[in-house]
Ligand binder design. Structure first.
Ligand SMILES: [Fe+2]
Length: 480
C-alpha cells in the first residue's frame, strides 16, 4: 500500500545543470509504502532500518546549484520478517522552514559568491544553508542528521523519519558537528570534531550514551583546516590536519578558495578519548587528503587506521575544463585503500597502500567500529558502478558490478540476526538507474558472497535520487 504523506512542488525550471537532472533530479513526494514487491527474497533474518541521506532541492537556485546544496531528504527502508516498508521525508531544518515560508531560495550555494544581505547562514563563512543532508549516526535512540560543512545535528525519529529539532545535548553543544561523527558501539558514546575559520580552528567533543556532553577541548592547529572524517579506537580518537584547506592569504581577504599544499605533511592527532589539549600526540606522514576512514583500532603500542587516500587531491587539475568539471573537483573521490600505523611508544608513523583499485565510501560492520576489523565494503569510484569487498587479512577482494547505467554510492553492512562472523550478514543499497524509470530499487547482497549478485531486489514505488551517506540500525536497537 502506498500513501502520499506530503507533496511539495519542485519549483526548478529547465536546466542544463547535471546535479538537477536525471538520477540527481529531486522528488516531490514524501510517501510511505509497505509490503513492497520483491524479486528474489528478503531474508527473514534481515531486521532493521537502512537510512540514506542526500540532497533534494525544492526552489530555483539563486545561481549555480551544486550537488551539496540541496535540502536534506532521508530515504529509508525497514526490513522485518521478510517484508519491507519504504519512507522518505525531508529533514525539516531551520533553513528548510524559512524557505518554505518565503517560497524561494534564500541562501546562495557553495559555488556562489557570499551575499551579506541574507540572514546569517551556516558553514565556514556563514552564508550557506545548513541542510543536514550528508550523514546519519544512531545515538541515544535517535538518528542524527549531519552536514558536511559542520552544522547542527538534527534529531530524527528513525522509524517515522520525523524531524524532532536540533539536538543540543541539553543545551551543552558549544559549537557545530562535522559530517562524520562516530558512535562507539560498545559504550554508546558519540565522538565528534568540528572546524571553523575562527579560532579555535578545531574542537573535539565526547557525548555520553545518554546524551550528556562530557568532554570538549580545542585542538591546536596552525590555521583553519578542512578535514572531513575522524577515527577512534577503544581509548583514542584520531583527528586530521591535512594539506588541503583554504588558501590563508585569500582567506584573510574573505575569499574562500580551497588549495592543496603538497609541501606540507599530513598530520594526525592521537587524542586520549577524554584527553586534554596538552595530551594530544601528533604524527606526520606524506601529504595527502582523506575523505573517509574505514576503521581504526589498537594493536600493541600502535594505532592502526585504514582509510581511502585520495589520488592527486589538487583542485587545480579541473581548471579550464568547464563548470561541471570544477564542481566535480570539489569531490575528488578517486582514492585507494591505505593503512596507517602510529606508534605511541616510538612516535613513528608509517603508511602503506593496501590496494590499487580506486574505491571510496567504505562501510564496515558498525558493531565492530573502533576494534580490529577484517572486512570493508567500498564503492568503485568515480562512477559508483560496483562494490568491492576487501578481506584485509587475506589481502584479497571480490566485487559485484550493478550493471550498465546503474550505480550506488554506499552499501552499508547489515548483520544477520544471530550472526557471529564479522561478514555474516547483508549489504543493502539504493541503486539508481541512469536509464530512467519511475521506480527505485534496493538490492540485498549476501556479504559472504557479493559476487553472486543480489538475493533480493526490492521495488521502491518512486524514483530515489542519488545521495550521500547511509546508516544501518539493527532491529534490536530500535525502540519498540
Ligand atoms: Fe562524507
Amino acid at each position: 500500500m502506498l500513501k502520499v504523506e506530503r507533496e511539495i512542488p519542485i519549483r526548478i525550471g529547465p536546466t542544463e545543470n547535471l546535479f538537477l537532472r536525471g538520477v540527481f533530479a529531486p522528488t516531490a513526494r514524501e510517501i510511505t509504502a509497505d509490503n513492497l514487491e520483491v524479486e528474489g527474497e528478503i531474508p527473514r533474518d534481515l531486521c532493521g532500518i537502512y537510512l540514506r541521506n542526500g540532497p533534494n532541492p525544492i526552489f530555483q537556485p539563486r545561481d549555480r546549484y551544486h550537488w551539496f546544496d540541496g535540502d536534506g531528504m532521508i530515504h529509508a527502508i525497514e526490513f522485518r520478517e521478510g517484508r519491507a516498508t519504504y519512507r522518505n521525508r525531508w529533514i525539516n531544518t531551520e533553513g528548510f522552514r524559512a524557505e518554505q515560508q518565503a517560497q524561494r531560495a534564500i541562501w546562495p550555494g557553495l559555488m556562489d559568491k557570499p551575499d551579506p544581505h541574507v540572514p546569517r547562514g551556516a558553514g565556514s563563512d556563514g552564508w550557506l544553508k545548513d541542510t543536514a543532508n550528508t550523514d546519519l549516526v544512531f545515538h541515544n535512540g535517535y538518528a542524527l542528521a549531519l552536514w558536511y560543512q559542520c552544522g547542527m545535528p538534527y534529531k530524527i525519529e528513525a522509524r517515522t523519519l520525523e524531524t524532532l529539532g536540533i539536538e543540543t545535548f541539553r543545551g551543552a553543544l558549544k559549537r557545530t558537528v562535522s559530517a562524520h561523527a562516530k558512535v562507539d558501539p560498545v559504550t554508546g558514546e558519540l565522538l565528534f570534531f568540528d572546524y571553523s575559520t575562527k579560532p579555535p580552528w578545531m574542537t573535539y567533543t565526547v557525548v555520553s550514551a545518554s546524551g550528556e556532553l562530557k568532554h570538549h577541548i580545542p585542538i591546536e592547529l596552525p590555521g583553519p583546516r578542512l578535514p572531513h572524517d575522524m577515527a577512534f579506537t577503544q581509548h583514542y580518537s584520531v583527528l586530521m590536519d591535512l594539506p588541503l584547506f583554504w588558501d590563508p592569504e585569500l582567506l584573510a581577504r574573505g575569499i574562500h578558495k580551497v588549495s592543496y599544499f603538497p609541501d606540507l605533511p599530513s598530520r594526525f592527532a592521537i587524542v586520549p578519548r577524554y584527553g586534554e589539549a596538552g595530551e594530544v600526540r601528533w604524527f606526520e606522514t606524506s601529504p595527502s587528503y582523506i575523505y573517509h576512514v574505514v576503521n581504526a583500532w589498537e594493536d600493541g603500542d600502535e594505532i592502526v587506521m585504514d582509510a581511502c587516500r585520495v589520488v592527486g587531491p589538487e583542485p587545480k587539475s579541473a581548471r579550464g575544463e568547464g563548470e561541471l568539471a570544477r564542481m566535480r573537483a570539489f569531490l575528488r573521490l578517486e582514492a585507494e585503500l591505505y593503512r596507517w600505523r602510529f606508534n605511541l611508544a616510538t612516535g613513528a608513523a608509517r603508511e602503506e597502500r593496501l590496494d590499487d583499485q580506486r574505491t571510496e565510501w567504505p562501510t564496515i560492520h558498525r558493531g565492530k567500529m573502533g576494534r580490529r576489523t577484517r572486512y570493508t565494503y567500498n564503492s568503485l569510484v568515480p562512477h559508483f558502478e560496483g562494490v568491492v569487498k576487501y578481506d584485509l587479512e587475506r589481502n584479497s577482494s571480490e566485487r559485484f558490478l550493478f550493471g550498465p547505467g546503474r550505480a550506488a554510492n554506499e552499501c552499508p553492512f547489515a548483520p544477520r540476526l544471530g550472526a557471529s562472523d564479522e561478514d555474516d550478514g547483508y549489504l543493502v543499497a539504493f541503486v539508481s538507474d541512469a536509464n530512467g524509470g519511475d521506480q527505485g530499487e534496493v538490492i540485498i547482497l549476501n556479504a559472504k558472497d557479493i559476487a553472486a549478485g543480489p538475493i533480493g531486489r526490492v521495488k521502491i514505488p518512486q524514483r530515489v535520487p542519488v545521495g550521500f551517506h547511509t546508516l544501518w540500525i539493527p532491529g534490536e536497537q530500535l525502540p519498540a
